[in-house]
Design a protein around this ligand. Structure first.
Ligand code: ZN
Length: 418
């Protein structure tokens, strides 16, 4: 995952253009992704697909002709979606088009102007303060023309039509956590799940933030009814959190499943928050006309970690171990979605005698004997058809994987049935 994120890092992504296409093609080298192109000018609900933006080069040169701000050194230097420009101007005129972070003076900010045609450069505040009062040459070799918006989709059919929607935004340029981390995790998760048959169907969407998910929803309204659970993945490569923001429904299965995984993830910084209509594409999936059970999973919370939307969100900020931890947590959530069942105790009048069935000796190693015995008692007590394994895991405060494993053992001994 880290290697894949590193490979994608230099590309200048945006909400449209070749940077996104190259990113989607790179994902295609791992999974059979369908790439959709939606023409500029297409109406998608209350929005319109914008003109396609492409960028080849951009710089500010000083009076000596030196490139003092250079897109080729960092694509964050350019206000994303800047219109083409080539002119000479004074420092005062130039300053109207410069964006800095006075509170983080060493960092280049990441800024966009998708829906207002303008141009600008982003630079460190330290560099900004050192600019001499002279004539500068600005050059932006971009194009903003009718073209298309690109997004990727991979449908992994399972045994049922019930779907799990997994979505990552693809529109940020050289930023590692936000959201090459999410793109890499989702790519490798899809690759992993495709190797075995799942109970549910999995739909992976790689689309530019906001306009991409709006476009997908506008073109796939009839498919939405199959989506039973969903997660938007963003900022999953740093060591913060994990942070889960519940779906708008608030008590959906996915909300309970992720909260349970976070309860047992061993990280004291884990946070579960209520839904709010600000964040990433869960906003669109959770708009009232859809109200899908889609939450947002992050490590560091967007807008809060200091590296957010700056040049410090780079390949040093994300770590392979954090990507792995996030990946394992999402796999645990999927395990719950796949394996949750409502069992019924076949011997509900008083406790069954476990000893004569050899179930005490089937309890595994000494270390977890007590936990396994408690899991067995909880399952036998709660399995009356109205509590699922996840309900039992939550009530017993034991991890789902243990409850599920012990339930399988009890089923094999015919003490449980579905
Ligand atoms: Zn962002």
């Amino acid at each position: 995952m880290y290697g894949f994120a590193s490979r994608l890092f230099p590309l200048c992504r945006s909400i449209s253009g070749d940077g996104v296409r190259q990113t989607l093609k790179a994902i295609q080298s791992h999974i059979p992704l369908d790439i959709h192109e939606v023409p500029s000018g297409t109406d998608v609900f209350d929005w319109t697909i914008p003109k396609e933006w492409n960028i080849r080069d951009a710089y500010i040169k000083n009076a000596k002709g030196e490139r003092i701000v250079d897109f080729k050194k960092s694509n964050l230097h350019l206000l994303n979606y800047s219109i083409p420009v080539h002119k000479k101007l004074s420092l005062d005129e130039l300053k109207k088009h410069l964006i800095t972070l006075p509170d983080q003076p060493d960092l280049i900010p990441y800024r966009t102007s998708y829906y207002k045609e303008t141009w600008g450069f982003c630079l460190s505040h330290h560099q900004f303060e050192q600019l001499d009062d002279e004539i500068y040459e600005v050059f932006i070799d971009s194009s903003l023309e009718n073209g298309s918006l690109s997004y990727g989709e991979y449908l992994l059919k399972g045994e049922t039509d019930d779907e799990v929607l997994l979505s990552a935004h693809t529109c940020h340029p050289s930023l590692a956590n936000d959201n090459l981390s999410g793109i890499a995790l989702l790519t490798f998760l899809a690759k992993h799940l495709s190797k075995t048959r799942q109970k549910l169907t999995y739909r992976f969407i790689f689309a530019p933030g906001t306009i991409g998910s709006i476009t997908w929803l506008a073109r796939n309204e009839e498919k939405v009814k199959n989506i039973k659970h969903g997660i938007a993945l963003s900022c999953v490569g740093d060591g913060g959190g994990p942070v889960y923001k519940r779906s708008r429904q608030g008590d959906a299965f996915i909300d309970k499943a992720i909260e349970h995984v976070l309860d047992h993830c061993g990280k004291s910084t884990a946070i579960v928050e209520d839904f709010s209509p600000y964040g990433y594409d869960e906003r669109q999936y959770c708009s009232p006309g859809f109200n899908l059970a889609v939450g947002l999973f992050e490590r560091g919370k967007h807008g809060v970690f200091p590296e957010y939307h700056t040049s410090a969100d780079n390949l040093d900020f994300i770590k392979p171990q954090h990507l792995e931890d996030s990946y394992q947590m999402i796999c645990q959530v999927i395990n719950i979605i796949e394996k949750d069942e409502f069992y019924i105790n076949t011997n509900p009048k008083c406790e069954p005698q476990l000893g004569k069935r050899g179930l005490y000796s089937a309890m595994g190693g000494e270390n977890d004997r007590v936990e396994r015995q408690m899991a067995m008692l909880w399952i036998l007590n709660q399995a009356d058809g109205s509590n699922s394994l996840l309900d039992i895991a939550i009530r017993s405060k034991q991890p789902f994987a243990l409850i599920q494993e012990v339930a399988s053992l009890l089923e094999a001994h015919e003490l449980l049935k579905i």
